[in-house]
Design a protein around this ligand. Structure first.
Ligand SMILES: Cc1ncc(COP(=O)(O)O)c(C=O)c1O
Length: 388
């Protein structure tokens, strides 16, 4: 059976070049990067080359990169690494659970957290961030791009607000890295997390940018790896893969790769909007990353549509992978003002570098007819009024 994968915000396939780059580090180059003999020096050099590639993608110095096990760890290290009980933190209502649940944990351990809202297009208003500042504010943590809608947040403005207030600014850039150009200096952030598996490297590796001079307490206690910011023997194959993926991501931003994905996303989105009535883009009107399209289908149960499409070979999702199967409507979409049934009727299409124009046509051959069939079966769908 033919299968097309349009769920790249959940995870991306490892690119062949990335797999080829990491493979020797499972075999002949097996050394511990902390060993001083030949084997260790070989893997140390590979780790440092990868650090340079990741730093080049983010516009920072290699020494400001800390390798992690992924986005969740990077978010946790940033948040717990700079805060202490009694301090105040500002975040938004649409963060990934890696940030939201870290903030809940901070609250339980004596911090106060302000959750700034978003508007109907899913964007934080920088003025809300400014108004939330207090003398005891230590950290602002607001994502760069949302995983469900792709909506970009005003990072540069928030960076300026944080700098003026002398407050740390962390941004979860897991869904932005490789999709838009990132320059940590321009954004004015002190901490920025990325994840390998959202940019065609494997699952289980990521990086945190830590601006020089940031007072970061480590979360893991052990050896002095990663300049004592993250103890534990480095995941050399994963780090090498992340370095290669970062290199390819940087090229993709200039060689037309991302522009191609953007055109495919636009074709998919516009055709669905044109051919299926009762649809709307979540985040309409806001700047979005070029690969993501969250679409609300009137009178559709998103889970039912995901399953029906999967049976025909098309993989999409209802939103965050980790919330699939949960009955609760998406906190991101409800924060944007969608009613629970509208949030439940939303589907996320997310493209990656492997996707082709032909795959988009395959998706378009399935989505309108599958939505029509589900609506036909719906006891509440009013066919004459074209709505529930
Ligand atoms: C915005 C965002 N932050 C953090 C994460 C967590 O990253 P990881 O799966 O690498 O732990 C994800 C994963 O879906 C994400 O989309």
């Amino acid at each position: 059976m033919r299968r097309v994968y349009l769920d790249n915000n959940a995870t991306t396939p490892v690119l062949p070049e990335v797999l080829a780059a990491m493979q020797p580090y499972f075999g002949e180059h097996f050394g511990n990067a902390s060993s001083i003999h030949h084997h260790g020096q070989e893997t140390r050099a590979a780790v440092e080359r990868a650090r340079e590639s990741v730093a080049a993608l983010l516009g920072c110095k290699p020494s400001e990169i800390v390798f992690t096990s992924g986005g969740t760890e990077g978010d946790n290290l940033a948040i717990f690494g700079v805060t202490q009980p009694g301090q105040h933190v500002i975040t938004s209502t649409i963060e990934h659970h890696a940030v939201l649940n870290s903030c809940k944990h901070l609250e339980a351990s004596g911090c106060e957290v302000t959750y700034v809202p978003v508007d109907g297009s899913g964007q934080v208003d920088p003025d809300d961030v400014r108004r939330a500042l207090r003398p005891d504010t230590r950290l602002i943590t607001i994502m760069a791009a949302n995983n469900e809608t792709g909506v970009l947040q005003p990072g540069e403005e928030i960076g300026k607000i944080a700098a003026e207030a002398d407050v740390y600014f962390h941004t979860d850039a897991v869904q932005a890295a490789g999709k838009i150009a990132i320059d940590v200096k321009r954004m004015g952030c002190d901490l920025l997390s990325i994840s390998g598996h959202k940019m065609h490297a494997p699952q289980g590796v990521g990086a945190l940018y830590v601006r020089k001079g940031t007072a970061l307490h480590p979360m893991l206690h052990g050896g002095s790896h990663e300049r004592s910011r993250r103890a534990g023997t480095e995941n050399v194959p994963g780090i090498v893969a992340l370095g290669k993926a970062a290199e390819l991501a940087r090229q993709g931003l200039i060689n037309g790769d991302i522009a191609r994905i953007s055109a495919l996303r636009d074709r998919l989105e516009q055709t669905i909007l044109d051919q299926v009535e009762g649809t709307r883009v979540n985040g309409h009107g806001a700047a979005r990353v070029p690969n993501t399209s969250g679409i609300y289908f009137d009178c559709i149960e998103g889970e039912a549509l995901v399953i029906a499409l999967d049976l025909k070979g098309l993989a999409v999702s209802t939103g965050a992978a980790c919330s699939s199967g949960a009955i609760e409507p998406s906190h991101v979409l409800t924060a944007m003002g969608l009613r629970p049934e509208q949030a439940r009727g939303s589907i996320r299409f997310s493209l990656g570098k492997q996707n082709t124009a032909e795959e988009v046509e395959f998706a378009l051959s399935l989505v309108p007819q599958t939505v029509a069939r589900l609506r036909d079966l719906s006891p509440v769908y009013n066919k004459t009024a074209s709505c529930c």
